[in-house]
Design a protein around this ligand. Structure first.
Ligand code: ADP
Length: 630
């Protein structure tokens, strides 16, 4: 389900595409003007293309005309010189139209590719500005497909729909004009048999298109299935549950449907094509018959008959393609609609007009009666949350899974906006300041550290592109990751990330901490790991975090007892509300939810550093993402 497009889900778009010829969307001016606006910057090229198309179809008329003189003038007179000239003319004309075709091809490719270039850039820019909600609600494969496949379809629109339409229209018009000039009666006969040829072409065209649409949808399903099961996480899941056989069966079933559709698609026109090739000889036969009869009566020269048959070859298939053009047109429109739909996605979180820069901060954070709902139909994840954290304080968020801890950490950097209430930093409503200045002041260390495919250095510089080597080294020392980097095969130049050198969980976390140290934000958001690190790793991470927190206002989803004990204030959440607040001692004395959670997690014989204080750890397989990251 896609929240961003109410009523226009991906599924429906697919269906619309399939049924385009039957269930036509209105052909509105707005969308056509909008499409044209993308071509406007290249209108010079477009005009040149049109010129080349015109030249191509005019030059194409010359050989059929010269044929007439071969039969009517050079043959009866035995004029070899004239014959040579006529044949030479035919060859030259063909050469000329060939060249014009090359030019037209080149120009239309240029136009198409440039429009695609612009569209892809626009789409990517729009996607980057989408809120987290969009990415949690939309499949990555779907996003990729829009940016690549849909945009690639534009070239097809340019070369097939636009160029072919112009070519066919010009060819048909010039050929008809020529035919009527030569002999109007013969021309009428040729035109009269056109429907025999055109009607079946249209039917087969539509049928083929429908099957092609279905096949494409099947292919997309197949791709999605592969995308899911062949990604690292998916592959892990399949293996962990030994589901290979079921996945294979699922794949085979889809694959078989695809094969059936594609077989149908290529076979659907077989009778029609037989008819077509039959007609390719029947049409000329009629012309020969009627033409010869006219010639016998002295109304037509034999050369004109030959010329006519040659012209006939330029009439039928362009005419039938021209009649199919509206199918192409609607497919193209559907394509552009899909593209525009993405370009028009509302940017949910953006700078307010006149948003100011967040000044140097002291770091006081306040939530004032904050409500938040992920989906309109869901229960609120936060319902009236109020609290304040003074500059430099450490606040620990504690509570059962699903209480709203992660949501709080999402709202502060405006990954989502509050549904009601407000959040202030040093008294500034975070919606009144620029996103960039807000983001600069907040550092996040999440449970899952994402490293780009790139070197250690590049990953660190992401936080501060102009950091010096010394700054890097100092940050890595403070994060206790310097020794690890030094021991890597290529030190700072070792490639890490999805397909690079695999760092352990603790090492990745320390690298993330180094990244935040470099960024040096005033406010720190921390989601302590629930997955147990070995004690050495744990100690290093803990030390690094402690250094990181010094002098910053920190909001921590706490799982470690040491963090909780050190917190200036513990906020106990349950069901989207702050149900208790205070220090460890105060809350224990109170004997409420906190005391219960504490007893559950750390019990009487509490191991000092068990990751706990929430129920997040219960259940779940290794392959399942941890709750706060999901
Ligand atoms: P915690 O971090 O305390 O485990 P969360 O803040 O992640 O809890 O979640 C609070 C509530 O919001 C939960 O009921 C959860 O199911 C819901 N929730 C979290 N993320 C989403 C989402 N993307 N869409 C819909 N509901 C969500």
């Amino acid at each position: 389900m896609n929240l961003m497009m109410p009523g226009n889900t991906t599924r429906q778009w697919h269906d619309m595409n399939l049924t385009a010829p039957r269930d036509r969307p209105p052909l509105d001016r707005a969308i056509i003007l909008r499409i044209l606006s993308y071509f406007r910057p290249y209108s010079g090229y477009a005009l040149l293309t049109l010129g080349a198309i015109g030249l191509n179809s005019l030059l194409g008329l010359i050989p059929p005309l010269l044929v007439r003189d071969v039969f009517d003038r050079s043959l009866p007179a035995g004029d070899v010189r004239l014959l040579a000239m006529l044949v030479g003319g035919m060859i030259l004309a063909s050469l000329g139209s060939g060249l014009a075709f090359v030019g037209q091809n080149y120009l239309s490719t240029l136009v198409g590719q440039r429009v695609m270039f612009d569209l892809r850039n626009q789409m990517y820019a729009r996607l980057l500005s989408m809120s987290l909600r969009f990415f949690t609600d939309t499949k990555t494969g779907e996003i990729m497909s829009r940016v690549t496949n849909d945009v690639n379809g534009v070239q097809q629109v340019v070369t097939v729909t636009m160029v072919m339409t112009a070519t066919n229209a010009l060819t048909v018009a010039s050929t008809l004009f020529m035919m009527f000039t030569i002999n109007w009666r013969l021309a009428l006969v040729s035109v009269a048999v056109l429907p025999l040829f055109i009607l079946p072409t249209r039917r087969v065209g539509k049928l083929r298109q429908r099957i092609a649409g279905e096949a494409q949808a099947k292919l997309a399903e197949l791709n999605n299935l592969m995308h899911e099961t062949l990604s690292i996480g998916g592959a892990l899941l399949v293996k962990a549950f030994t589901r290979q056989r079921d996945e294979q069966a699922r794949f085979v079933a889809r694959n078989r449907e695809l094969m059936r559709l594609q077989i149908r698609q290529s076979l659907v026109g077989r009778w029609f094509f037989m008819w077509l090739s039959l007609f390719g000889t029947v049409g000329p036969a009629l012309i020969y018959g009627y033409g010869a009869w006219l010639a016998i009566r002295g109304d037509l020269t034999p050369g004109s008959i030959v010329s006519f048959v040659a012209l006939l070859g330029r009439l039928y298939s362009p005419a039938s393609m021209l009649l199919n053009v509206q199918v192409e047109l609607f497919t193209s429109l559907a394509l552009f609609r899909r593209i525009f739909e993405y370009l028009d996605l509302p940017v949910e979180i953006r700078d307010r007009p006149g948003a100011s820069e967040l000044p140097e901060l002291r770091g006081r954070i306040a939530f004032e009666d904050v409500f938040f709902t992920y989906r309109p139909d869901a229960a609120p994840a936060l319902a009236g949350v109020s609290f304040a954290i003074e500059p430099g304080q450490l606040a620990a968020l504690v509570g059962p899974s699903g209480a709203g801890k992660t949501t709080i950490t999402y709202l502060l950097p405006r990954l989502y906006d509050v549904t009601a209430g407000r959040i202030t930093i040093d008294g500034h409503d975070i919606r009144d300041v620029t996103l960039e200045s807000l983001a600069r002041q907040i550092g996040m260390v999440t449970q899952e550290t994402f490293l780009f495919h790139g070197t250690v250095r590049e990953n660190l510089l992401y936080a501060k592109p102009d950091a010096t080597g010394e700054e890097l080294a100092a940050a890595c020392r403070a994060a206790h990751i310097d020794d690890v980097i030094a021991a890597l095969p290529e030190g700072y130049d070792t490639v890490v990330g999805e397909r690079g050198y695999r760092l352990s969980g603790g090492e990745k976390q320390r690298l993330a901490i180094a990244r935040v140290i470099l960024k040096n934000p005033r406010i720190l958001i921390l989601d302590e790991a629930t997955s147990a690190l070995d004690s050495e790793s744990e100690r290093l991470v803990q030390e690094a975090l402690e250094r990181l927190m010094v002098g910053r206002t920190s909001l921590v989803i706490a799982h470690r007892l040491s963090t909780i004990l050190k917190a200036d204030v513990i906020l106990v959440l349950d069901g989207g509300r702050v149900v208790e607040r205070g220090t460890h001692a105060e809350l224990l004395a109170r004997g409420g939810l906190y005391a219960r959670l504490y007893a559950q997690q750390f019990g009487a014989a509490a191991p000092a550093e068990r990751p706990a204080a929430s129920e997040d750890e219960s259940g779940g397989s290794t392959a399942a993402p941890s709750p706060s990251v999901a």
